[in-house]
Design a protein around this ligand. Structure first.
Ligand code: NAD
Length: 648
């Protein structure tokens, strides 16, 4: 919980309202949920009860679900709901007049310092705030559906919102264990929907022009460009009426191919038919081989133009846009990052040629995009684009920290994909090892963000079109970990599969919680481990077990993996942090030179003959016999005290 906010009122018990109430209660807040009819609040309450039961079944909440539910109360009386609330979150239907009435009532019935947030998807915060006497207390807090699962929340300022209110809203979102991004200007649809709408819209315009097939466009975006759903598939999923409404509201053009379907009430999945036919047809039916010759850049250029507009107008930073697109839009990487890889000059050219051909306003290149290109900031190759790459560029998929004790903690930070490795993520891991000052590092700990996975493997989106050379980075990264001169530790909690397992095999020490799962499922994709997995495994656990794991794509429990010798230890979750702390403590206070020599001798020796190995060992021993650390170790032993190694 945050210091300023203890009790929360949620207005609306529908799809979003009950979900928001649930996440707030899970985080420890007292929540009052309000709807206009007893029946609706009851429904919402039952949904929360059901969902909490499911979360408990899967071990995804620590508390007894009844205790969480006990923090939720319901009412149909607005004054009752907001009277004591520090924060009110409105999740009523998307109707400006309705929301304005609600906010006016909330303003009158709540305390002077109550923060009033709207979960609107497409309205301006200021238009709603106007109905209150305290617009400085009103902000946007845009959760994604379903709130329990979706990690992103856009926190938006209206023109008059007090920055302290935005800060408190951001802190509240963080206290829910969700990721906030800041939307600094009051624009309809915030960040994610603004960048994602052209994905579906542009595909619609291409269809209007008549020379593409639905399946080809979807297949190209999914299999060539790695998007999780094709644009038509996504539009069917979200509802063509929702798309159209969000455009019409602001008088923005809607492709004829979308409008005509809405008029025929073919709204997508929910009506059984949209771009695909889900009742009488095959549903979504594109194949990996479809999509030849589709102009994917045309679709991405429009998304990138939108992202440039948001950055140029100071609505959001590239980092926040990219986090938003990953967590809220399900994209494998952020749009600004994609742009920097594609080359902003190519993007600009594409927009200019489309603009010239059609004259349509939507292709008019944004000023900021033009500025970047004119300044030579055309992307990663040029050293600068949306991001600055002069120092290698920002880390998007890992976070890292070097402690005063010399522990380099590296977190695989792609929780939305169970920390699956993209090529960028492999590169970032290698880069962090290369850039850390080895003299400052005593040991490295690798772990996965969140509670579900160390890493679920390599991200297979894009595999179908990847060149063998694209995948070479995998091996280089795994090798860089193996050869890193300091001790490396894999701290495994959850899934550790495929490339995730290969990373751990390259580490010196491997520890896991008992509920973790380790395996090599590559064979199920028609592949074999490609990051040294077969070779390191066979040296570790022998041929029969390696073959069984690889041939059958087996996934082992942590207990079994310990028994087989893959793990140093598997322990109960409660003991895990303590165990890692002990190991890290030993390594960071140990004699650094001796540890380095030990690592080198053990690794080099096991791939050589026994004689060579023994020679390596005695050379290492001889070398260490002259170090200050050795003298300190012996002195400490004689004086019966802890040694204080200086690393010489
Ligand atoms: P919904 O129709 O499922 O639920 C809205 C609920 O609000 C209904 O139960 C309705 O009875 C209730 N309601 C109506 N008037 C009310 C009032 N005066 N006070 C309290 N409750 C009232 O709608 P939803 O999908 O939950 O959407 C709610 C809001 O969240 C909308 O602004 C929508 O744009 C936004 N949103 C929706 C999604 C989504 O995917 N569904 C995602 C993000 C944001």
């Amino acid at each position: 919980m945050t210091a300023d906010i203890e009790s929360v009122a949620v207005l609306g018990a529908g799809s979003m309202g009950h979900g928001i109430a649930e996440v707030a209660a899970i985080a420890g807040y007292d929540v009052v949920m309000r709807d206009i009819e007893e029946e609706f609040v009851e429904d919402g309450y039952e949904q929360i009860e059901w969902s909490l039961g499911k979360l408990a079944e899967k071990g995804q909440i620590d508390e007894d679900p009844d205790d969480v539910l006990a923090r939720v109360s319901t009412t149909v009386d607005l004054a009752d709901a907001v009277d004591d609330a520090d924060l009110v979150i409105e999740a009523a239907p998307e109707d400006l007049e309705l929301k304005r009435n609600i906010f006016a009532e909330v303003d009158a019935a709540s305390g002077d310092e109550t923060i009033m947030a709207t979960n609107t998807s497409s309205l301006r915060v200021g238009d709603i705030a106007e109905a209150t006497d305290q617009p400085e207390y009103v902000c946007g807090m845009h959760f994604f559906n379903p709130p329990v699962k979706m990690d992103l929340v856009e926190v938006a300022s209206g023109e008059e919102t007090d920055p302290a209110v935005v800060d408190a809203a951001v802190a509240f979102v963080e206290s829910l264990d969700k990721t906030p991004i800041r939307v600094r200007k009051d624009i309809p649809q915030f960040v994610v929907n603004n960048v994602l709408t052209p994905y579906m819209g542009e595909a619609g315009f291409m269809l209007d022009e008549g020379d593409v097939e639905i399946q080809d466009v979807d297949a190209a975006m999914v299999f060539q460009r790695g998007y999780p759903m094709g644009p038509f598939e996504l539009n069917d999923f979200g509802g063509l009426d929702i798309f159209t409404h969000s455009r019409d509201q602001w008088d923005l053009p809607v492709p004829g191919s979308i409008r005509s379907r809405v008029e025929a009430e073919n709204l997508g999945r929910k009506t059984g038919k949209g771009f695909y036919d889900y009742e009488d047809g095959n549903g979504v039916d594109y194949e990996p081989t479809d999509g030849e010759g589709i102009d994917t850049l045309r679709i991405e250029a429009r998304m990138i133009n939108e992202a440039a507009r948001l950055v140029g107008d100071d609505v959001a930073d590239p980092e926040d846009i990219d986090i938003g697109m990953r967590l809220g839009g399900g994209l494998p990487e952020g749009t600004c990052r994609t742009a920097d890889k594609l080359g902003l000059d190519r993007v600009l050219e594409k927009l200019e040629s489309l603009h010239e051909r059609t004259g349509a306003e939507r292709y008019e290149p944004d000023d900021y995009l033009v500025e970047l290109v004119e300044a030579g900031h055309t992307g990663e190759k040029a050293g600068r684009g949306f991001y600055d790459y002069s120092d290698g560029g920002p880390y998007h998929f890992i976070s890292h920290e070097l402690t005063d004790e010399g522990v380099l903690n590296v977190v695989f930070d792609r929780e939305e994909r169970l920390n699956a490795f993209s090529t960028d993520m492999f590169d970032e891991v290698r880069r962090v090892l290369e850039s850390a000052d080895e003299d400052e590092v005593a040991c490295v700990v690798f772990e996965g963000a969140g509670e579900r996975a160390f890493s679920a493997g390599a991200d297979i989106t894009g595999f179908t079109t990847a060149e063998p050379t694209d995948l070479a980075g995998v091996d280089e990264t795994v090798q860089a970990i193996y050869e890193y001169p300091r001790p490396t530790i894999a701290k495994i909690d959850g899934f550790c599969l495929g490339a995730g397992l290969e990373i751990t095999l390259a580490c010196d020490l491997r520890y896991a919680t008992e509920g973790s799962t380790l395996g090599s499922p590559e064979i199920d994709l028609g592949l074999i481990p490609g990051g040294g997995g077969t070779q390191r495994l066979v040296r570790l656990i022998g041929e029969p077990r390696t073959k069984e794991m690889v041939y059958r794509g087996m996934q082992l429990s942590a207990e079994r993996a310990e028994e087989w010798g893959i793990l140093n230890r598997a322990v109960e979750a409660e003991e895990f942090e303590g165990l890692i702390d002990d190991v890290v403590d030993d390594l960071s206070n140990g004699p650094q030179t001796a540890l380095e020599v030990a690592k080198n001798v053990i690794q080099e020796g096991q791939n050589a003959s026994l004689d060579t190995g023994l020679t390596l060992e005695s050379q290492g021993f001889g070398l260490l016999a002259t170090t200050d650390d050795m003298l300190e170790g012996v002195a400490a032993f004689n004086q019966d005290r802890e040694p204080d190694f200086g690393g010489e």
